[in-house]
Write a protein that binds this ligand. Structure first.
Ligand code: ATP
Ligand code: MG
Length: 305
C-alpha cells in the first residue's frame, strides 16, 4: 500500500482545478502510475466551508470505490509535514490515473465527437450515476472536466465529488465566478427559493440535466447554452437555463435519437425529466451494438470535422 507521500514521485502536472492541483505520480516501490490530487491548505481553520467540503469529498470517495464507472481513489493522505512534497494541511487523494485526461481536455483538442462516441460516453456516465444514485449520492458536479477517460481501456468514469464547491467559489463582491461549474446546473438549482433537496426529491434529476449539456457540448464542440458571439455572462446563462429552447437549435443536424435523448435530459421540470433507468434504455444509448467501442473510437479518431 501507499503509506506516505514520500513513496510517490511527481512526474508532471496533469491539471489545476479550484483549490487543487493534480499530478501524475509514480509509486517508486511498485512502478505503478497514479494521479495525485492535492487540495491545498485543508487545515486552514478559517475556511470551515472548504474543510467541510473536502472532508465530504474524501468521505464519499472512499465509499464509492467499487464501481468500474467511478474513478478509483486508493487512499486519502493527510500531507502533514512531508517536506517539499505537500504543505501542512494539504489533503491528497491517490487516484487511478486516466491516460487521456478529462473530456474537457479532449474537447479542447478534438472539438466535435461523433454520435457513436457520445453514445458510449453517455452510457458510461449513466452507469456511474446509476451506481451513485443507488447509494443515495448525488454527484452534483457533472461537467466535462469531471469525466475522465482511459483511452487504453476505452473507459469513461466519473470523478470529483466536491459537489458543494459552488458555494465557495464566490468572488469577493459576492458575484458568481463559477461560470464553469454553475453553467451545468439545472433550472431547479438556479432558484434559491425553490431549491430544496427534499422538495426536489434529493436532487438526483440535476445530474441528468448536466449530462444533457455535456453530451450536447461533445456534439457542437463548445458549451451549448451560449452561442458563438454571445456574451458569456450570468444573465444570458440564466435565461438559457430557465427559459429558452436549447436542444433543437443546436442539434438540427443530429439524429432523431440523439435529439430525443437530449430533450429527455434537458426537460426543464425535474419531475418530467428522464431518470437514469429510463435513459439507459433510451435508443440513443441502448441500440448501438458495442458501446465500449464508442469510447475506443475516441482514441483513434481525431474529430468529426
Ligand atoms: P474543479 O475543481 O471544479 O473540479 P477541475 O475538474 O478542472 O475543476 P480537477 O478535478 O482538480 O479540476 O482536475 C484538473 C484536471 O486534472 C482535469 O481537468 C484533468 O485534466 C486532470 N485530472 C484530474 N484527475 C485525473 C486523473 N485521475 N487522471 C488523469 N488526469 C486527471
Ligand atoms: Mg474536477
Amino acid at each position: 500500500g501507499i503509506n506516505s507521500l514520500s513513496d510517490l514521485k511527481k512526474l508532471e502536472i496533469l491539471g489545476h482545478g479550484h483549490g487543487g492541483t493534480v499530478y501524475k505520480v509514480c509509486h517508486e516501490q511498485t512502478g505503478m502510475i497514479y494521479a495525485l490530487k492535492v487540495l491545498h491548505e485543508f487545515g486552514n481553520l478559517e475556511d470551515v466551508e472548504y474543510q467541510r467540503q473536502a472532508m465530504s469529498e474524501a468521505d464519499i470517495f472512499t465509499r464509492v470505490d467499487t464501481s468500474e464507472y467511478i474513478v478509483r481513489c486508493f487512499c486519502v493522505l493527510d500531507c502533514g509535514f512531508a517536506e517539499g512534497k505537500g504543505r501542512r494541511g494539504d489533503l491528497c487523494f491517490v487516484m487511478e490515473y486516466m491516460d487521456m485526461g478529462s473530456l474537457h481536455d479532449i474537447l479542447r483538442k478534438n472539438k466535435k465527437l461523433s454520435e457513436n462516441v457520445i453514445s458510449g460516453i453517455a452510457r458510461n456516465v449513466l452507469k456511474g450515476l446509476q451506481y451513485l444514485h443507488g447509494m443515495q449520492i448525488v454527484h452534483g458536479d457533472i461537467k466535462p472536466s469531471n469525466l475522465l477517460v482511459n483511452g487504453t481501456k476505452g473507459e469513461v468514469k466519473l470523478a470529483d465529488f466536491g459537489a458543494s464547491r459552488v458555494v465557495i467559489n464566490r468572488n469577493q463582491d459576492g458575484t458568481n465566478s463559477c461560470m464553469g461549474t454553475c453553467a451545468y446546473m439545472s433550472p431547479e438549482r438556479m432558484d434559491p427559493e425553490k431549491w430544496n433537496k427534499d422538495l426536489c426529491s434529493g436532487g438526483f434529476a440535476g445530474d441528468i440535466w448536466s449530462l444533457g449539456l455535456v453530451v450536447m457540448e461533445c456534439y457542437v464542440g463548445r458549451f451549448p447554452l451560449i452561442q458563438p458571439g454571445q456574451k458569456p455572462d450570468w444573465v444570458t446563462l440564466m435565461c438559457a437555463i430557465c427559459y429558452e429552447e436549447n436542444v433543437k437549435p443546436v442539434l438540427r443536424m443530429a439524429s432523431v435519437e440523439f435529439q430525443s435523448f437530449c430533450q429527455r435530459c434537458l426537460e426543464r421540470d425535474w419531475k418530467m425529466r428522464g431518470t437514469v433507468e429510463e435513459l439507459l434504455s433510451h435508443p440513443f444509448v441502448n441500440n448501438r451494438s458495442d458501446q465500449s467501442n464508442g469510447v475506443m473510437e475516441l482514441v483513434t479518431q481525431d474529430s468529426r470535422d
